[in-house]
Each structure stands twice: as C-alpha cells, then as structure tokens.
Design a protein around this ligand. Structure first.
Ligand code: SER
Length: 342
C-alpha cells in the first residue's frame, strides 16, 4: 500500500531545510525528498525517504509515483537569479521544464488517488521588473498585477510557472466531472529576499543581506555588491516556512488568486549595515557595487502590497526588522559560529 506523504523538491536548499524540520517536528506528515545533492545527515535522518537526482529525470519521478501517494508537493528546486543569468538555458530547463515535470507528476498522482494534490510553489519578487529607479521610487508597494515585466531569466521563469500552475489547476478542473477530484491544487507565493540564521544562500541576488550578516558573525570581511541606498523587501526564514505551510492548509474556497505577494520588512542595504555594525562593531564591511547584480535588484520593487495574503489566508509575519535581528538572527547566528569556533 502506498502511504500519503509530502514531497519536497530542492529539499537541501535554504527553504527546504526549515520546511523539513518544521513538518517532521510537528509529526503530522511523512516527508519524501528529491534533491540533486544528498541531504545533510541531520536532515536525512528526519525524512522517510531521500531521492538524489534531477527533477528532469522522468524515470526517477515515475519511481516516486509508483512508491508514494503524494498529497502535497513543495516544489522548491530552482536555479536562483544571479546564477540563472550565467546559464540561462540551463535555468530555463530546471526552472520551467522541471516545474512542468512536477505539475504533470502531481496531476498523475491526483488521478491515481482521486483527490487533489496541493502544489505549493515559491515564486519571487524577481517576477517584477521596474524600468528604472524613478519608477521604483514612485511605485511604492506594488500589487501582484503591476510591473509584471521581469528583467532576468529567473524572473521570467517564475512568472511563467505561476501561469503554468494556474493552467493545470483550471484546465483539469474543467475536464473533470467532479471538480475537486483528481487535479492539481496550485498555490503560490512571491517571496521577498529570505534571511536564514542557519544557512547561507548561493546564486541569488538578495544574497547581500544574509552574506553581510553571516560574514560579520564569522569575523570575515565582506564587500557588499549593491549600493547602500538599495531597498527591497525581506523576510526571516521562519516566517517564510510558516507562510508556505499556512498557504498549503488554507481552505481552497478562501483563495482568490494564484500568486500572493509576501513581505515583512524592507530595509536599505545601509540600514542592514547599521544593525550589523551595531551587533558586530568590528565588522569589516565595504561597498563594491556589481553593475549586473545592482541592475537586477534595482528592477525589483522597494516594497510589496501583501494585503491579499493577509486577507485570504491570514498571512502575518512574526518578525519585523528589529525582531528578526534581535530575536532570531543574532542569537542563533552568534550561537552557531561560537559552536564552530569551539
Ligand atoms: N532570493 C532570490 C534571488 O535572489 C529571489 O527569489 O534570486
């Protein structure tokens, strides 16, 4: 007999780390993972089964399909925005074709067990593309429908996959005699930059914030790759994980849209520098803007309007800028690097 499980792709990444821990500690569901790299032993111990391989590997997905009754998918596997600019066709394969594979997988799972598969997808502020700094300053808190003109391959991939998910949800609903049965129940958030105390990102463009914090805590020098006045929204990782779980369990009828903005705080890089220097007075942080990466964050909004997520499924981040630093990042990061030094 196949057992109902949650499937997490890209499980070894930053979001996967928090998601595996939170789901398995709650004891509610068993987790099966798929990642191109083996999981860290501490994570591997928590999951029911770990598959190592690509989301483009159809025989591997068929094997998961035959062995597990997947009722929820968190499809996190992706190449992030900076990395995708270096290898855009690979990014398209992983980010778009990979998502298509997982949607098709979920459709077949749903048909085989006769219930919808909840498919949770992290899109991104990269789905936005503001034409210049004047437009960014004038736009303020952008709504989901505004400035849907991304400048990066990653942003194009995310925006298109939001639509692909919507297509799967609508198309199969129309084909099915029983609208709720056997279909993909696609739900998606547009994440701001995420900052974790436990992991450091790689290949993204919002990475300057977590990199600055972690470098300071380790006592390493850091050259920030954006200007001090750069401003985009961010969120502490526990709020990101909580948001994915809240969206996954929200009643379907409460959801009025496919993609929801999320935000929590939106400091400038200078404001991040100020709190980091206050916490680590000796931190050697310098400014060295990278033209391409600066161009990417300049095209992302300074803030987002997330009132739809708050209204429809009760999104309410626990951490504002101060609390994120004082109660989450600083204590956990200090503890982590102190342990490593011992
Ligand atoms: N944090 C991601 C990146 O910088 C955006 O979703 O690529």
């Amino acid at each position: 007999m196949r057992k109902p499980v949650v499937l997490i792709t890209g499980a070894g990444g930053e979001i996967g780390h928090g998601l595996i821990t939170t789901i398995t500690e709650s004891g509610r569901q068993s987790v099966v993972t798929l990642d191109v790299n083996p999981l860290e032993p501490s994570l591997a111990r928590m999951v029911q089964r770990e598959f190592t391989g690509s989301i483009l590997d159809t025989p591997l997905l068929e094997r998961i399909l035959s062995e597990f009754e997947v009722d929820t998918v968190f499809h996190l596997a992706a190449l992030l925005s900076t990395r995708s600019e270096f290898t855009p066709t690979t990014a398209h394969q992983v980010n778009v074709e990979g998502t298509l594979h997982l949607l098709e997988f979920s459709q077949r799972e749903a048909e085989s067990h006769g219930r919808p598969v909840v498919f949770v997808y992290p899109s991104s502020i990269a789905a936005y593309g503001l034409p210049d700094l004047a437009a960014k300053a004038a736009a303020g808190r952008v709504l989901e429908e505004e400035y849907a003109t991304p400048t990066t391959m990653y942003g194009c991939n995310k925006l298109y996959c939001e639509q692909l998910g919507r297509y799967y949800a609508r198309h199969y609903k129309q084909l099915s005699a029983e609208p709720q049965a056997g279909r993909v129940d696609f739900r998606c958030v547009r994440f701001p930059g995420l900052i974790s105390a436990i992991t450091v990102p790689s290949g993204g463009t919002s990475d300057y914030a977590p990199e600055m914090i972690h470098a300071a805590a380790k006592g390493e020098p850091y050259a920030c790759f954006v200007r001090p006045d750069t401003r985009i929204p961010f969120m502490a990782m526990p709020d990101g994980v909580a948001a994915l779980l809240a969206l996954a369990s929200a009643p379907r009828e409460a959801l009025t849209r496919t993609a929801y903005n999320l935000g929590a705080f939106n400091p400038s890089a200078q404001e991040i520098y100020d709190v980091v220097r206050a916490a680590f007075p000796g931190a050697a942080i310098t400014w060295k803007a990278d033209v391409k990466r600066q161009g990417i964050v300049d095209s992302w909004p300074a803030d987002v309007d997330d009132s739809a997520a708050r209204r429809d499924w009760g999104f309410a981040p626990a951490y504002d800028f101060r609390r994120a630093f004082d109660e989450y990042l600083m204590p956990m990061i200090r503890d982590r690097y102190a342990k490593e030094r011992r």
